[in-house]
Design a binder for this molecule. Sequence first.
Ligand code: DX5
Ligand code: ZN
Length: 217
Amino acid sequence: MGIRIAPSILSADFANLQAETARVASADWLHVDVMDNHFVPNLTLGAPVVEAIANAAAQPVDAHLMIEDPDRWAPAYAEAGARSVTFHVEAAHAPVRLARGLRSLDVRASMALKPATPIEPYEDLLPELDMVLLMTVEPGFGGQKFLDLVVPKIRRTRELLDKHGGDIWLQIDGGVSADTIERCAEAGADTFVAGSAVFGADDPDRAVRELRTLAQQ
Ligand code: DX5
Ligand code: ZN
């Protein structure tokens, strides 16, 4: 199974984003957290900054939209150059239409679930998706503690994805570190976001490579 590591630039130096992307040259994707002060109690950046990052970075951009009304706003992130766009199912009004709209813009369509949101009600949506993101912290901030209670949901989601076939990635976001990545990989995750564990390290690129090695074991 392919393993992908996506450093979250939420923990990078926002005044030097281009230089920060170059510090994680081994990364498969760059995870960009979009927050709107409504869906989560924090505000980060919007489509113009995503466009600037997509133009400046060597890695493809994975936009994680923690915003209300993604049905209205998500397509702008595809147009800004993100290669993968993740919306939260708790905020989406018409997730099937939204996922199809993203795919029609030639980006990967991805659906995120907060820690307490079950996957089972959304089983029938899986064929519409290229990735499922399971949050392992409450969304809104970097540097929080990994929530072990989500691990059984990782396992159940992996079973559902295998049952449906295809190649839908399973991403984990929140508190991913050298201490927690192995239990996520063992439960079936293949795509890992890490913010503080990467950009808080002395050598962020080495941290990316170490995380990948741990996830592959
Ligand atoms: C949190 C964001 C995460 C965050 C992860 O709401 O979605 O992507 O940057 O940060 P760490 O890895 O520090 O938990
Ligand atoms: Zn994120």
